[in-house]
Ligand binder design. Structure first.
Ligand code: GMT
Length: 382
């Protein structure tokens, strides 16, 4: 199949999922065309079946707000025409779903060339529904473009239910969980040897990975780590960057633990960093799925996360990770101390975490679900 994919190309879960999906589909023999304002950050290696089409937005002085959505719709229609795309798959409803709807309409009513139907799939990721979409200025158009999609998918049951509830969507929503490439995300002898850069042999190593937005509660990560390091020798890796990084750094300084924390900023090959850690802290206010937790689990890192959104669909409490109420830093610290203080429990939970990633969320299990969905649409089209 020839598939156009649009996503936010910068750091963020939805862009990561879209890019990894494109790579996996290309490896299965499909031709993938990314259409966005810049090359997705996880698209680091050239691939003969992957193409990138940049959307240029003109900066005419009249445009206080340059109309990216229109430029994107135009580029989508152009690329679909030029490369004979079978379908578009957009990640994050706002504004990508609206642009895809326009592109489909443009091609369907083309009076110069032969009209054609270009179906589009919208994948909902979370903040497009739970935060941004509920803004009154976005809600009606977002709801409309979701309803108009040829197919809608959601990355968890929880997000599906809240979309139906909050948006009164009547269109069927297919749940296709996020995935991880278990061959890439794994512990190897080589990755374990890199641990010495971040922790001494007698120290435990904790990790947090996010875009440091308020919803991630990164200062809670520091609070939890502080409680842990008071009881056992430990260090923390903070991977990523964003608006709350300074607040986290400041809190770490106030608590006098800044020298035990590595603020690594944005990283390209996160699997190499995850694979050296023991525990991941993900105390978010909300997570529709929690891709970071799944990536950690594939690397045999035990997640300690909030019992919110889709995280209970990923983590089974006390089996392959721990869940606690968002904001309950004391319980999260207690769980970390419990597992980090018991070698047997840690290695059992590490193995269970990896097994969950492999048996339920490995890309080999999830990618065929997208392929089947696409095939269904194309059969309907012909
Ligand atoms: O978490 C973010 O702030 C980024 C956001 C995104 O759309 O880029 O992440 C959402 O999508 C990810 C990939 O599907 C999910 O793993 C995250 O749980 C979800 N974030 C939230 O729901 C807050």
């Amino acid at each position: 199949m020839r598939i156009g994919i649009t996503c936010y190309p910068t750091y963020g879960g939805s862009g990561v999922v879209a890019t990894e999906l494109g790579i996996e589909l290309a490896n299965c023999g499909h031709d993938i065309h990314f259409i966005s304002y810049s090359q997705p950050i996880r698209l680091t290696e050239p691939h003969p079946r992957i193409h990138f089409h940049e959307v240029e937005v003109s900066q005419y002085p009249l445009f206080e707000y340059p109309p990216y959505d229109l430029a994107l719709a135009t580029r989508m229609a152009e690329v679909a025409e030029l490369y004979d795309l079978d379908l578009l798959h957009v990640h994050y409803a706002i504004p990508h779903s609206v642009s895809a709807m326009l592109a489909r309409q443009m091609l369907c009513h083309d009076h110069v060339r032969k009209p054609r139907h270009l179906p589009y799939v919208t994948t909902l990721h979370g903040t497009d529904i739970t935060l941004v979409g509920l803004d009154r200025s976005y809600l009606p158009i977002t709801r409309f473009s979701i309803e108009q999609s040829d197919a809608v998918t959601s990355i968890s049951n929880d997000l599906k239910n809240s979309t139906i509830e909050k948006f009164s969507i009547t269109k069927p929503i297919h749940v296709i969980h996020n995935f991880v490439n278990c061959d890439l995300y794994r512990r190897t002898e080589q990755s374990i040897s890199g641990r010495i850069e971040f922790a001494k042999p007698d120290e435990r190593l904790l990790v947090h990975l996010s875009n440091f937005r308020p919803v991630k509660r990164v200062t809670d990560v520091i609070e939890i780590f502080d409680l842990v390091q008071k009881k056992i020798p430990a260090r923390l890796m903070m991977i990523g960057d964003g608006p709350d990084r300074r607040a986290a750094e400041r809190l770490a300084c106030e608590k006098g633990i800044h020298d035990r924390i590595h603020f690594l900023g944005k990283q390209d090959r996160v699997q190499e960093k995850l694979a050296v850690a023991d525990v991941m802290l993900l105390p978010s206010e909300m997570e529709s799925f929690g891709l970071a937790a799944l990536e950690a689990m594939a690397c045999e890192v035990v997640p300690i996360a909030s019992r919110v959104g889709g995280l209970p669909e990923v983590i089974e409490d006390r089996v392959d990770g721990f869940l606690a109420s968002a904001g309950d830093t004391e319980t999260m610290a207690a769980r970390a101390l419990e597992v980090l203080g018991d070698d047997g429990l840690l290695s059992r939970m590490r193995r269970r975490a990896r097994a969950t990633a492999q048996t339920r969320f490995c890309s080999t299990k999830i990618i065929p679900q997208y392929e089947n969905l696409y095939r269904g649409l194309l059969e309907r089209k012909s």
